[in-house]
Write a protein that binds this ligand. Structure first.
Ligand code: PEP
Ligand code: MG
Length: 879
């Protein structure tokens, strides 16, 4: 016969899938002899059985519960519903995985009109007995019958007013009797039935309420968001009540075995005298620091400290402990691994390694990669966030938090920033012309665009907070105003705050806490480095980005987007002249000027990289992206180039494309204008030689984008090689270099064996590969992907986390086929997926050499790569 119910002394901490986290830990604490009030756990198997029987408790479960209840009565010497010495229990849910706030607790179950008299009789304390009963009616009404708590709160406030009391604890028994009458009336009016007086009926109703709450909409959404398996079910814990509300030698509180904000080794917590559990959480009375317990009840304090040390030792992790003191007797009601900030998590993990309690591998596995964002970027003060309301929500494109005045064009943003203001640039979407404005702003907000749009990619590169695709706002760039769906209007100069980690926008200035690194982080990162197999490079095109990334441990550049180097205000005119050139001489003139600028950039990067590989991608985007759109800009270009406005407008029309993403970009530019890549190849190799002459080693990799056929790659590669050969001959010096290609079209993956004949390396451009495989536009996916996610048509945004079945399969195919031709071909990834932990696990599994990501994601990628490696070793050990 199946067993559904377990006494606390029958379980162990390892049984959390059967007993839930709370139940397994209650069992473990009982097993090691801690003062846990006796009780039993109705297992998750019972929850599954209940759901299989469409919300019906089977006879077997009912019988087992009654048997265990009888056992509890015997052990405690109390009886359920007794008029002399009643047994009261708490009923608490406990799923295998923590689901905070999802399910509820009922205390004091077993009280009714008669047993409350029994409790008064047994304890001699009318006030606390009646107080327990009124709390029970409220909780039971709320949790089991869904009666909103405010009905009860209003009655409590009214009675305190009538009795002239400040605090709940000042209410006298006669006041409480009156309050109970009112609570029972509320219960009847709101639920349509009398309050159940039979304790067994109370218990069954409470158990089914916990099981039902597993399927309530809040729980379903939470599980979906946190990828928790819905089949787990929840357990129910029935435990003998102990009372913290029986006077000044009783109380209740929580203790963390270490400081959950800093990780410091000190017991940290708070408690309330003469109170029950929910008083601490509800915030009605303000708890005091745990240290005060030392003076009030020194022996209990010492016992609590010893218990904290013992539990931490036992679980080998920081514990969050719930306790109750009943007449100077300490009881432990719960222990679990404590929630903590990332800083505390790393500090605790490093300290536990030093204390010899856990291994370095365990210390690496304990921190989720994305948690590191909290350390690397500023964040809003938790208290400020709690009291402010969200104006709009967009896509969380680049993490961090920022606050500042809004400006609607790059020039105004730059001007305001130069006057000393903190500025947030707000655009429908950004374009290369906005770069300076973006650089000078604290953060960027766009109404359109997805996770790989221009704003998202550039902001991530800059390590700047950014929210994109914010469909909740309408931007009127003419009127310089934002209109929100909720009817708010914000004008230029108004203050807003952006949270790039959640995508939320606030209509006010919020205080920030700055990011800070600390010694334990460096030590921990060393362990991370030793554990990983994948190399981590950075997507960087400026010396500052590269420097940041090297500081975070990047091993080279995996993608330098050369078009980003053209975005500066002083360079754009020459790029524009190159594009509108009518003949090769005009174009070569402009290219010569650009070459000098590119050389300066490349020299700076080679110098900082100091021998690490630098992968430089030749020009990729459609040329018309660089051209002016507004009349003023067109006139400026006319003056600089000597062409008429009409001539320029004609050229703009000639260059415009219906579908630029699939158009004249990437290597296709080099097919039509070979002189562009020729100039770039010269700039790269001449810079490499200059830096080599300075005595600094160089490792250039030249990368050709958007290749689909071997023939186009061969043509371009040979042209570049000839150009470089000429430089070598002229300079009488030969430097090693590699020429390779991005693999970012599905065709390139399929014919990777052919392409590998002309490439020394592959770098998967998973942004374009995702776009082209799904046929989802990178820039417009924000319009429909949220609906896909809502309807569970996709589990995650494929531009954020690699679609392993489709895009991932193409990456694997390309890798296998590339290696058929060249077994040792160097293979990496430089799309945004290179910084996503789940994608990194996949790239590790298929055996790539490196991933490349934006500077601030480098530590996250290092950690994800280390965890992928450790998990692989673990699974090999268990085979
Ligand atoms: C890519 O397509 O994945 C890539 C890295 O190139 P870009 O984002 O510049 O198109
Ligand atoms: Mg690309």
């Amino acid at each position: 016969m199946r067993k559904f119910v377990y006494r606390f002394d029958e379980g162990r901490k390892e049984m959390k899938f059967l007993l839930g986290g709370k139940g397994a830990n209650l069992a473990e604490m009982t097993r090691i002899g801690l003062p846990v009030p006796p009780g039993f756990t109705i297992s998750t198997d019972a929850c599954k059985d209940y759901n299989e029987h469409h919300g019906h408790l089977s006879e077997d479960i009912l019988r087992e519960v009654m048997l265990h209840l009888a056992h509890l009565e015997k052990a405690s010497g109390k009886r359920f519903g007794s008029t002399e010495n009643p047994l009261l229990v708490s009923v608490r849910s406990g799923a295998p995985v923590s689901m905070p706030g999802m399910m509820d607790t009922i205390l004091n179950l077993g009280l009714n009109e008669k047993s409350v008299q029994g409790m008064i009789h047994a304890t001699g304390d009318a006030r606390s007995s009646l107080d327990s009963y009124r709390r029970f009616i409220q909780m039971f009404g709320d949790v089991v019958f869904g009666i909103p708590s405010y009905h009860f709160e209003q009655a409590l406030v009214a009675i305190k007013k009538e009795a002239g009391c400040q605090s709940d604890t000042d209410l006298q028994p006669t006041d409480l009797e009156k309050l109970i009458e009112r609570y029972l009336d509320i219960f009847l009016t709101e639920s349509g039935r009398d309050f159940p007086q039979d304790p067994k009926e109370q218990l069954m109703l409470a158990i089914t309420a916990v099981f039902d709450s597993w399927m309530n909409p809040r729980a379903v959404i939470y599980r979906r968001l946190h990828e928790i398996d819905a089949s787990y079910g929840t357990a129910v814990n029935i435990q003998t009540m102990v009372f913290g509300n029986t006077g000044e030698t009783s109380g209740t509180g929580i203790a963390f075995t270490r400081n959950p904000s800093t990780g410091e080794k000190e017991v940290f917590g708070e408690f309330l005298l003469n109170a029950q559990g929910e008083d601490v959480v509800a915030g009605i009375r303000t708890p005091v620091e745990l240290s005060q317990l030392r003076t009030q009840m020194p022996e209990v304090y010492e016992e609590l400290m010893t218990t904290c040390a013992l539990l931490e030792d036992h679980y080998q992790d920081m514990q969050d402990i719930e306790f109750t003191i009943e007449k100077e007797q300490l009881y432990i009601l719960q222990t679990r691994n404590g929630k903590r900030t990332t800083k505390a998590a790393i500090q605790v993990a490093v300290d536990l390694v030093h204390e010899g309690k856990i291994s370095t591998e365990e210390a690496i596995m304990r921190i989720a990669p994305n948690e590191l964002d909290q350390l690397l970027h500023p964040a809003f003060h938790v208290d400020a966030l709690a009291s402010s309301s969200v104006l709009a929500t967009g896509l969380p494109a680049s993490p961090g938090a920022a606050t500042g005045m809004i400006y609607f064009d790059a020039a105004s943003a730059v001007k305001a920033a130069e006057m000393g203001s903190k500025v947030i640039l707000v655009r429908s979407e950004t374009s290369p012309e906005d770069i300076e404005g973006m650089a000078k702003s604290e953060a960027i907000l766009t109404a359109r665009g997805g996770m790989t749009s221009h704003a998202a990619v550039v902001a991530r590169g800059m390590g700047k907070c950014c929210v994109v695709g914010c469909a909740d706002i309408l931007i009127d760039e003419q009127e310089k105003a934002i209109r929100t769906k909720s009817g708010h209007i914000l004008h230029e100069g108004d203050q807003i705050s952006l949270d790039g980690t959640t995508g939320q926008v606030y209509g006010e200035e919020l205080p920030l806490t700055e990011a800070e690194l600390f010694p334990a982080f460096d030590e921990w990162m060393e362990w991370v480095n030793e554990a990983k197999r994948l190399h981590i490079r950075v997507n960087a095109d400026t010396p500052a980005d590269l420097q940041t990334a090297l500081h975070f441990g990047a091993e080279g550049i995996g993608l330098c987007r050369t078009e980003h180097m053209f975005f500066h205000e002083e360079r754009i005119p020459f790029v524009r002249q190159m594009i509108i050139a009518e003949n090769i001489r005009e174009r070569e003139d402009a290219l010569e000027k650009l070459k000098q600028m590119q050389k300066e950039d490349f020299c700076a990067l080679f110098r900082i990289a100091d021998g690490r590989p630098i992968n430089i991608r030749l020009l990729d985007p459609p040329l018309h992206e660089f051209l002016p759109k507004e009349t003023g800009e067109i006139e400026k270009l006319s003056q600089a180039s000597g062409k008429t406005v009409t001539e320029i407008r004609r050229r703009l029309t000639e260059l415009a494309e219906t579908n630029p993403m699939l158009g004249h970009r990437g290597c296709r530019l080099a097919v039509t204008y070979p002189e562009i890549y020729k100039m770039q190849a010269e700039a790269i190799m001449e810079s490499a030689m200059e830096i080599h002459d300075e005595g600094i080693p160089v490792q250039p990799e030249i990368m050709i984008p958007l290749v689909a056929t071997q023939a186009e790659l061969a043509l371009i590669k040979n042209e570049i090689k000839t150009t470089i050969q000429q430089i070598f001959e002229k300079e009488r010096l030969i430097l090693p270099f590699d020429i390779g290609t991005m693999i970012e079209t599905p065709r390139a993956c399929i014919v990777a064996d052919q392409i590998a004949q002309d490439a020394q390396f592959f770098s998967f451009g998973t942004n374009d590969l995702t776009q082209l495989t799904f046929g989802f536009s990178r820039d417009d996916a924000g319009k429909f992907l949220p609906s896909y996610e809502k309807l569970a048509l996709i589990s995650r945004d494929p531009f954020v986390s690699i679609d392993q079945d489709g895009v991932g399969a193409l990456v694997e195919l390309g890798t296998v086929r590339g290696r058929m031709t060249q077994p040792n071909i160097k293979i990496g990834v430089c799309g945004e997926h290179g910084g996503d932990p789940a994608s990194i696990h996949f790239f590790h599994k298929i055996g790539l050499h490196y991933v490349s990501c934006s500077p601030f994601r480098v530590p996250i990628a290092r950690l994800a790569a280390a965890q992928a490696s450790l998990l692989e070793h673990r699974s090999m050990e268990t085979v």
